[in-house]
Ligand binder design. Structure first.
Ligand SMILES: [Zn+2]
Length: 83
């Protein structure tokens, strides 16, 4: 699924705009993984973020790789994702 620009937020009906560069934080398990420079669409009303499917896929792969490195806390700069 590829998200277009300026559509309605399914949660609050607010306007969702893209593309923003956001900081993704996965703190569901240790270690916490923080990835900066992630392209996302953001709801202007509730702040909910939406990721394109290819971005979400790369994010989860990145998180897996970082966790496989067994670091306690990582800040990964992935400016390349901003293409
Ligand atoms: Zn919203």
């Amino acid at each position: 699924m590829t998200l277009g620009n300026d559509y309605k937020c399914p949660f609050c009906g607010g306007r969702v705009t893209g593309k923003h560069s956001v900081t993704y934080t996965d703190d569901t398990t240790e270690p916490v993984v923080i990835i900066q420079g992630v392209p996302a669409q953001v709801c202007q009303q509730c702040g909910e973020r939406f990721y394109d499917s290819d971005v979400a896929e790369r994010l989860s792969r990145q998180v897996d790789e970082i966790r496989a490195g067994r670091m306690t806390r990582v800040v990964a700069l992935v400016a390349a994702m901003d293409s």
